[in-house]
Design a protein around this ligand. Structure first.
Ligand code: NAP
Length: 219
């Protein structure tokens, strides 16, 4: 695994593939982690950058080797994933949570009730204390992330359990074209961010669009 590599766990998915490609385009070494690394390798080979800064691995291999791990899997799979791999994260590694506990009930989007308050806090409760956590990429739509030639043209919020964790996440985001990373403070802010994702989904549905996202004015 290359030094300084970023693992995208679930990097084959809608949100993860755009993040992986944009980070690779920014010159970062990216490992697309999949339950099926061979399928991930085939996927990467078809991406415009080719295999250069991108490689594939199993979840276990990627988590054990990465300095930064992006959790890009469905929220309801996180508990099992972290139970299985909790011990494997490197000490002091940075985990970036992008999950939103979104669910559809009778065609209406809602947020699942998470006792910890947000998906990010739920993940914090399941990581070792020596693993750092930031949350971001929660409101930018997957299909825009995947249009890697296009600047993202939005703001994206970053929260985290330390100023240092947030600063690293801001640096990562800022490597992508057209996005302004906004540090919104401690992990508890994920509660608001995840509600903003729900709002964006509602705006998309009501106005028959696909790309609702956020821009803070006055900052
Ligand atoms: N889609 C969006 O626009 C968007 C926006 C903001 C935030 N998010 C959040 O980002 C996360 C990923 O969303 P997504 O739309 O990218 O999800 P997705 O495409 O449905 O799944 C992402 C990846 O998760 C892995 N995975 C692991 N366990 C799985 C299981 N039991 N069932 C299905 N997939 C599993 C799969 O990778 P392998 O099969 O290769 O292991 C899959 O490619 C979610 O938590 C979501 O809330 C999504």
């Amino acid at each position: 695994m290359p030094r300084g590599a970023i693992a995208i766990v679930g990097g084959t998915g809608h949100q993860g593939r755009g993040i992986a490609q944009r980070l690779a385009a920014a010159g970062r070494s990216v490992v697309v982690a999949s339950r099926d690394p061979r399928r991930a390798a085939d996927l990467i080979a078809a991406w415009p950058q080719g295999a250069g800064a991108l490689s594939s691995a199993s979840y276990a291999e990627a988590i054990a080797g990465a300095d930064i791990t992006v959790l890009a899997v469905p929220f309801d799979t996180v508990d099992r994933l972290l139970q299985e791999h909790r011990a494997a994260f490197k000490a002091n590694t940075l985990v970036i949570d992008i999950t939103v506990p979104l669910m559809f009930t009778g065609g209406t989007a809602t947020l699942a009730t998470v006792p910890e308050g947000s998906a990010a806090e739920y993940i914090r409760a399941r990581l070792r204390p020596d693993v750092r956590l930031a949350a971001t990429f929660k409101t930018v739509p997957a299909h825009l992330l995947a249009e890697i030639e296009q600047p993202l043209d939005c703001d994206e919020f970053v929260c985290g359990d330390s100023a240092e964790a947030r600063s690293e996440a801001v640096t990562l985001l800022s490597a992508m074209r057209g996005v302004r990373a906004i540090d919104v403070g401690p992990l508890v802010r994920a509660r608001s961010i995840e509600h903003l994702t729900l709002l964006a989904v509602a705006v998309n549905g009501r106005h028959k669009i696909r790309s609702a996202r956020f821009r803070v004015v006055g900052l």
